[in-house]
Ligand binder design. Structure first.
Ligand SMILES: [Zn+2]
Length: 114
């Protein structure tokens, strides 16, 4: 995978992460929100990693955030986009739809994440 593609997916992941976190903010007070962090989305994610916020997350949101976090880690580690089950490159269209996918189409039914 090219650096350009990695950047593309990294951005998608950060946007998805931000959307989840923004949804949570929407449900909390809109006054003096301590999580209104300007600048980098990654910085914002740091701010959100507090226990207080994670308690406000649904299980699905927590799982998705965790998958996004792991995907971002894989981008850093240089093994992003390969199936955890068979090590082939995950289909582009699958990554476009689910950039935090951990498996190729063939193996997606074998994990609880689709
Ligand atoms: Zn596979």
């Amino acid at each position: 995978m090219t650096q350009e593609k990695l950047k593309h997916y990294e951005k998608k992941l950060l946007v998805m992460q931000d959307e989840i976190l923004t949804n949570i903010i929407g449900e909390t007070s809109d006054e003096e929100n301590p999580f209104q962090v300007d600048g980098d989305l990654a910085d914002k994610a740091e701010a959100f990693s507090s226990v207080a916020i994670s308690e406000g997350l649904s299980t699905t949101q927590k799982e998705t955030l965790e998958l996004i976090r792991k995907a971002l880690q894989r981008i850093k580690n240089g093994n992003f986009g390969t199936c955890l089950a068979c090590s082939v490159e995950i289909e582009t269209e699958r990554l476009e739809a689910i950039p935090y996918a951990e498996t190729c189409k063939k193996h997606m039914s074998e994990t609880r994440y689709r």
